[in-house]
Every structure is written in C-alpha cells, then in structure tokens.
Design a protein around this ligand. Structure first.
Ligand code: AHG
Ligand code: MN
Ligand code: MN
Length: 350
C-alpha cells in the first residue's frame, strides 16, 4: 500500500508572511502590511518589464503605442511611474520621494492630499539602470517611515528627512536570474523568490544573517587614485596586506542592489568611498535617503553594519533629499576596519 504524500509546511507566500509578522505587533493596524503588498505588486509589474528589456526598443522603435495604449517607456521611467501609481491613491501615505524626482512627491488632492496617510515612502525605482542594456541584474530599493507631521496636514519635506534609525521597514527587489524581494519590518530580514508561473513571491530565504566568514570585497577600483590614503590602505588590507596574509576575492557588478545582495548571502563588504579628487563627487555617489539608509537598515537587521567611514549611516540626520554619502556596508568587522583606517590615516573633512 502506498503511503500518503507528506506535505511540509514550507509553502509560505509573502502575504501570509507579512500577516504573520503583523500579528506579533499588538497595536498594528495593517497599513504598513498593505504598503509592503503594494511594493510586492510593483515588483511583479517591473519584473515583467525587465525580462522584456531587449524587446522594448524593438517594440517601441516606431513610437507606436503598446497594448496599454502608451508609448513604450524607458525602464527606469516605467519603474518610477509604476511605484507612484500603485501608491498615490491608497490613503496610506503622507508623501513620497524618489531618486528620479527633484522635489518631494505630494499625494494628489483628489486622493486626500496625504492628510490621512500614516507613512512616508522613499524609493530608488531602478537601481543600476546603466546595466539594463547589457542584461545585468538591476533592482528597486524602498524605505518606509512613519510620518512626522500631524495627521490632517499634507506630508512635508521634513517627513522625508528622517534618520534611518526611524525606519519602520525597508527592502529591495532584485531583477536577476530570478526576481527576489528582500525586506525587513524590524523583525529580521527575509527573502522571497517570485515564482513566475503562479505570480507569487514565496519565502525562500528565511531569517537572513550576514555570514560570519567573508568572501568578497566589492568596490569600483577604477577610481582608486581618487581615494583618501586610509581608503587605499584599507583596500590593500582587504587584498591581503594584513596579519593573515590572505585576501578576499573581488566582485563588482555596478548595481548596488546586486552587489549588496550577493554580499549579504555570501559575506563581505561593499564600499563606494568619498572621491577626494573629484569635486563633483566629494561624498561619493550613493544617495543617503533612497540607497544607503534602507540597505543600512537591512544589514543591521541581518547582524551587519553600515557606515559613512566615520559613523553609522543610520545615525545621520539628512539635510536634503538627494544628499550623497560615502558608504561602507556588509559584515560588521570589515566595515569597522574601514572606520579604523579612515580614523587613523585621514584628516576630518572641513
Ligand atoms: P542608479 O542606477 O540608481 O543611478 O544607481 C547606480 C549606482 C549603483 O547602483 C552602483 O553601485 C553605482 O551606481 C555604480 O557606480 P560606478 O559606475 O561609479 O561604479
Ligand atoms: Mn541607485
Ligand atoms: Mn535609480
């Protein structure tokens, strides 16, 4: 006689997971959970376009309208508009901000003007967009804060200029050989892989922890001559000029999300230093609000650390929407080593 099939309890959709986490918070109203679902939906829509990226030009080359009745958009523009459209009318948000938009993005008056929204959404709609044309992984990064301004008012710039310590949730989506959404709402970091056949994100990477042993360092070494002496020395330390004589392997994709994701799973450090000889990039390239803060929140939730070379990223009080910041992120010991070299060898910038 055949034994009945044994079902395991591992089929966890992102909806089920978000809901179960919400139950751990006694006074949760479900609004944050709904914003996370909205981001998962945005991820599916953007993923369905990134997988057709090479076709967009062919389909759009004549300027003809696509099936939705729109001219085919560049992917970063498509991602921007997708996230905005999924979130402008939900009455969950007070205000939004995006890497692609110079000013804060108000909620339209017809959808309440943000007066009833409890949260603030800040996002990089398409990260690593210079990699799209050559079919390399790209991503989306998002950060969710509780509003500062009182309910009943429209959301403000001050709602967006909060230190990362205040984050209620953050996450990213990676459009790679598969699509994954990785997020944290303050109860650890969990990763979900999209099953494209059923259109669901399924829990594939529960409780992600930065590995104790590091494999990689990731940096654009083409800019090495523009770095401070401390950062140059740190790089040689990573390469093996250290007490053990052993170096790490170097991997650099040039899509922050993809570089961060690999190091989160395999162990290592990513850095984008200040560019001391380039007046255009004195603070490096990455943006505090939509790139550094959400990833810093995730890495700390996973037991790692993020710094600007001198202090925790999450403690920086932002002063402007598109503020840039040097970033060292990954395994705690490696990031603290960067701080040590910078403290000992580099003067404090004026
Ligand atoms: P974005 O595409 O959102 O503008 O971000 C690009 C960023 C980041 O993803 C990546 O790590 C970095 O730019 C690469 O910069 P370099 O080419 O200077 O290494
Ligand atoms: Mn980016
Ligand atoms: Mn971007």
């Amino acid at each position: 006689m055949q034994t009945p099939p044994q079902f395991t309890d591992t089929f966890v959709t992102i909806e089920r997971f978000i809901l179960e986490q919400e139950r751990n918070i006694p006074d949760a109203t479900g609004v944050l959970s709904d914003i996370l679902y909205d981001m998962a939906l945005a991820a599916k829509l953007i993923a369905s376009h990134t997988t057709r990226a090479g076709l967009a030009d062919i389909l759009g080359s004549t300027g003809v309208e696509n099936v939705q009745g729109e001219i085919v958009q560049r992917l970063d523009d498509f991602a921007e508009r997708t996230i905005y459209r999924l979130n402008d009318h939900t009455r969950r948000l007070a205000v939004m901000a995006s890497e692609e938009m110079e000013d804060i993005i108000p909620i339209p008056e017809r959808f309440g003007g943000g007066k009833d929204g409890k949260y603030v959404l800040i996002y990089d709609p398409l990260d690593g967009s210079s990699n799209i044309d050559c079919n390399v992984s790209v991503g989306t990064i998002f950060a969710i804060y509780r509003r500062k301004s009182p309910i009943g008012d429209c959301g403000t710039l001050e709602d967006c200029l909060q230190p990362g310590r205040n984050l209620a949730a953050a996450g990213y989506i990676i459009y790679g050989s598969s699509t994954m959404m990785v997020y944290s709402a303050g109860q650890g970091v969990n990763g979900f892989t999209l099953d494209p056949h059923v259109g669901e994100f399924l829990l594939s990477h529960p409780n992600i922890q930065v590995p104790a042993k590091s494999k990689y360092y990731s940096v654009n070494q083409g800019y090495e001559r523009q770095w401070s002496p401390g950062v140059q020395r740190y790089t040689r330390w990573l390469q093996g000029e250290n007490e053990t004589g052993k170096g790490l392997s170097m991997r650099y994709i040039g899509s922050l999300v993809a570089d961060f994701h690999r190091n989160l799973l395999d162990g290592g450090v990513y850095y984008y230093p200040a560019d001391i000889k380039n007046p255009a990039k004195p603070q490096g390239k990455l943006r505090l609000l939509c790139e550094a803060n959400p990833l810093a929140f995730l890495v700390e939730q996973a037991g790692g650390y993020a710094s600007d070379g001198r202090r925790p990223i999450l403690d920086i009080q932002p002063t402007s929407l598109h503020q840039r910041v040097p970033l060292y992120i990954g395994s705690r010991d490696l990031v603290e080593k960067a701080e040590e070299f910078i403290r000992e060898m580099d003067s404090v910038p004026a």
